[in-house]
Design a protein around this ligand. Sequence first.
Ligand code: ADP
Ligand code: ZN
Length: 516
Amino acid sequence: MESLLKKYFGYSEFRPYQKEVINNILQKRDCLAVMATGSGKSLCYQLPPLLVDKTAIVVSPLISLMQDQVMSLKQQGIRAEYLGSAQTDQSVNARAQKGEYRLLFMTPERACSISHSFWSKLLQAGICLFAVDEAHCISEWGHDFRVEYKQLDKLRAILLDVPFIGLTATATEKVRGDIINSLKMDDPYIAIGSFDRTNLFYAVKLLSRSSEFIENLVDEFSKSLGRSGPTIIYCTTIKDVEQVFKVFQDAGIKSGMYHGQMTNKAKQESHRSFIRDELQVMVATIAFGMGIDKPNVRQVIHYGCPKSLETYYQESGRCGRDGIASVCWLYYTRSDFAKAEFYCGETKSNQRRAVVESLMAAQRYCTITTCRRKFLLDYFGETSSTTNCGNCDNCLGSKKEHDVSREAFLLMACILSCKGSWGLNMPTDILRGSRAKKIMDNQFHKLPLHGLGKDHSANWWKSLAYQLISHGYLTEIVTDIYRTISVSTKGKQYISSARLDHHPPLLLPLTSEMIN
Ligand code: ADP
Ligand code: ZN
């Protein structure tokens, strides 16, 4: 195994789990490999066919993704091909049946429409594994569900005795279960790699208005030109893509654009120029996604708070696949949160809860003052003992704590006074002395706390609330429609030890915009 690894791929040792997965495949056991982007999942299905001299069938969602893989495999001297459209496949089909390819790629639609007789000829020539790449597409719980994936299970009855391998970078347990069930995996070997991408630096910046983003960024780019390396900028809307792209281009920075309303040809051109290092910056929507197999992306910048941490982790994870230090920036404005709430209101009610929960996690990622890496890893169920990774903005920034006992007391007392059936806006408005209708209707203007928090902005109070949530004094609960805020047991303990004129110290690190 090691000599083939060296011969074809030039590597002298295996990365974690590669060898285990490969050994299980060789023993014909089904496998599920859940490993972070860039951890080397592809090798798990690329090496076995070379070891046993048989064909590996690889199902992959996008033609462009297959093209790239086939191209680089060929360059490494490995016979590989993909089944694209029916017309051009004649010669490929003939060779495939003779078992000439070590790797044969196809889309899930294609895999399901192949005739029995073709499969039996392939089987005669020898199939060593059936790999399903981006296997989370099979799950409705994943962020990228594709109906075609659902039908792959019928191949089980045809490909008897061929191990099925699912590969994905999406970690949640529900998705994992779905893959195993949908592919009818039999007691699979499950490899769950670490999601910690130690070479990535995580940082978040709050902008006061969105135009600040472009000014800020073009400025930074012009200063660091040539140093930062290939960059992807993810925007949440096509309008933003076009706007950011234009500003970058006008500034003389070689930029490309990618979004769902471009023609396929334009998208492909844009993609290729980026891969070939002809562009410094790719401004894109999340449509620029899977299969960006470019190892030297140095920065991924998100302009706007993402909809979930799953997507954020996958998108930001597209940098630094070569293991070299790379940077993940997230820029957001407060209005992103409001827009997101609106979008939640539009979601079908049976999905709303999942959507709101994902959003809350992403928003919390933006506002925490603790280690961002730890937060991400905890979210993906990986327990990390360290509380200071030394490679995120919060770990590197000053950890100075501020006594917010008065404010924390006011906020918690206010939340208790309005009996816990409101979101954050209500207590914030009460403290700021609002006389809006909803306040008067509920008689909240008569509360003794009404107007006692005028010295801070509404955003300041919300930031404080986020800190109190992340330190366990407050809890946010999602019901089908609403998010409500309440005081936790820890918060109540604090309140009971305090009075309006005397509060025991409560020290918290604050976000930089809260201090200014
Ligand atoms: P994934 O599919 O998990 O996102 P890839 O399979 O594309 O990741 O691998 C990411 C990078 O790591 C590729 O450039 C690949 O060549 C490289 N790689 C894979 N296995 C090894 C290894 N054993 N040693 C060094 N580099 C490796
Ligand atoms: Zn950290």
